[in-house]
Ligand binder design. Structure first.
Ligand SMILES: NC(=O)c1ccc[n+]([C@@H]2O[C@H](COP(=O)([O-])OP(=O)(O)OC[C@H]3O[C@@H](n4cnc5c(N)ncnc54)[C@H](O)[C@@H]3O)[C@@H](O)[C@H]2O)c1
Ligand SMILES: Nc1ncnc2c1ncn2CC[C@H](O)C(=O)O
Length: 475
């Protein structure tokens, strides 16, 4: 079995934490039970590109329990938990000397070249075969397959330019090496029945590709299951943004001024958490509706330019780019903490910061850097601008990820077993499955649901067993 992880001897520790996580992931354990006999993913060859954490290990082993063959990478160079990666490779029945688990290509602290090499390895089955499903988070695996097939069709790989980001140069180098007459990427694209996408930014990429007529296979937008984005994005970040700040800096948050850029699901969770710690939270927004929500939730809403000189902590959560520029950072307080919790690192202009005349980078510890400006003031940047809850901490807890990942498993089953029902396009799961995910998580929290009478159901125009809301309902 091919794999590349940091240290297989960490597998025992990883297995202990996976066992504890299983108890906190009732949705995944329930679908393992429900589908154990029918093995709906038998024949599925799933390539996963999603943060290789303890929680993801439970997801991977659920997919295997339902019959799938799986190969896995992380979707971020800093988010892998090495003990979880080791435990997945070794597997429940293997040993570090005789691993019997799943091929994983991931370790914390990959270079960009290594990251994309890992992605290529996971997309390449050793028997010369290819995946027939992708489970993606942020769309990097989907991008590589699409660009490879595009350039094979064009017969050439366009060179990266000086204006392109470093990562694009890495991708072009990989494709220049692998695009050729054997049509590796075209074969993979033709083998893929569909992709299930985890996060807002990845979903945005899918809708753009479909709008431009570029999407080569159907996709399920897992992010917009209510039981994903209204839970993971909001309550998950509410937990893990503080975890990231504390593990990275141990700075007291109470009494400080914190700026949250973006008041969507993630920003709402972050602002709530920072207020909970006693920070005075200021929100920036472009959207009048989200800005009004923030104002009515009691937050000051203003522009970053207005507050960049008074804030102590910055968290970007927009899914957009160049939110915090080098010029902004040059005007920040001494030792202001700058962080991003959005999917990609381009929310903070790290390239611009590195080019600032006379700036000096001092590493404090892994994923914590002090950047000193010529005037002597410095800022503290977390995880090199990459998502700090996974770069500096361990991401969301198991229970909230169980909601997200139960949606992922259901989406994989839907797309793999009913492909003919999904012509190329981007879909969300039907509401009854969304409600099913919620139901699977109620007992653990001691929730007792009220049951509609037939008359009440008729009165509000729903079935006693649901769905309880129309598709246009906003939770
Ligand atoms: N780190 C994690 O664990 C985690 C979890 C879930 C989602 N995410 C990522 O976090 C990001 C945000 O996700 P979301 O679900 O909250 O998205 P969202 O679309 O719900 O919210 C983003 C908000 O940012 C606002 N915005 C956009 N550009 C802006 C700008 N220039 N200035 C101020 N506000 C701006 C938008 O109006 C929107 O309200 C995405 O990249 C998503 O993939 C990360
Ligand atoms: N613990 C986690 N394991 C895997 N992925 C995680 C974890 N915490 C946050 N994430 C990021 C995925 C999230 O659903 C997203 O949308 O980015």
């Amino acid at each position: 079995m091919d794999f590349k992880v940091a240290d297989l001897s960490l597998a025992e520790f990883g297995r202990k934490e996976i066992r504890l996580a299983e108890h906190e992931m009732p949705g995944l354990m329930a679908v393992r039970k429900e589908y154990a006999a029918s093995q709906p993913l038998r024949g599925a060859r799933i390539m996963g590109s999603l943060h290789m954490t303890v929680q993801t290990a439970v997801l991977i082993e659920t997919l295997v329990a339902l019959g799938a063959e799986v190969r896995w990478v992380s979707c971020n160079i800093f988010s892998t938990q090495d003990h979880a990666a080791a435990a997945v490779v070794v597997g429940p029945d293997g040993t570090p000397d005789d691993p019997k688990g799943v091929p994983v290509f991931a370790w914390k602290g990959e270079t960009l070249q290594e990251y994309w090499w890992c992605t290529e390895q996971a997309l390449t089955w050793p028997d010369g075969g290819a995946p027939n499903m992708i489970l993606d988070d942020g769309g990097d695996a989907t991008l590589l397959v699409h660009k490879g097939a595009e350039y094979e069709k064009a017969g050439a790989v366009p060179p990266a330019t000086a204006d392109d980001p470093e990562e694009w140069h890495v991708i072009i180098d990989l494709l220049t090496r692998t695009v050729g007459p054997e049509k590796k990427w075209t074969k993979i694209a033709e083998s893929i029945k569909g992709v299930t996408e985890e996060t807002t930014t990845g979903v945005h990429r899918l809708y753009e590709m479909h709008k431009n007529g570029q999407l080569l296979f159907p996709a399920i937008n897992v992010n917009d299951s209510v039981t994903k984005s209204k839970f993971d994005n909001k309550y998950g970040c509410r937990h893990s943004v503080i975890d990231g700040l504390n593990r990275a800096t141990d700075v007291l948050i109470g009494g400080k001024v914190a700026v949250v850029c973006g008041y969507g699901d993630v920003g709402k969770g972050c602002a709530d958490a920072l207020r909970g710690q006693g920070a005075r939270v200021i929100v920036t927004e472009i959207d009048p509706i989200c800005a009004l929500q923030a104002a009515m939730d009691g937050f000051q809403v203003t522009t970053l330019d207005e507050v960049v000189g008074i804030a102590d902590i910055f968290v970007t959560a927009t899914g957009n780019f160049n939110i915090i520029t080098a010029e902004h950072m040059s005007r920040m307080k001494h030792q202001a903490i700058v962080s991003n919790i959005g999917h990609f690192d381009n929310e903070i202009d790290m390239a611009g910061l590195a080019k600032w005349p006379g700036v000096e980078k001092r590493n404090i510890k892994p994923q914590v850097d002090e950047w000193v400006f010529p005037d002597g003031h410095s800022i503290i940047v977390l995880a090199e601008g990459r998502l700090m809850n996974l770069g500096c901490a361990t991401g969301h807890p198991s229970f909230v990820m169980s909601n997200s990942f139960t949606n992922q498993v259901i989406a994989q089953i839907e797309l793999f077993t009913k492909t003919e029902d999904y012509p190329i396009g981007v879909y969300t799961l039907p509401k009854h499955l969304d409600e099913k995910v919620a139901r699977l998580h109620l007992d653990a929290l001691g929730v007792k649901l009220t049951t509609l009478t037939k008359e009440q159901a008729a009165y509000i125009g729903v079935h006693v067993e649901g769905p309880y809301k129309p598709d246009h309902y906003r939770y």
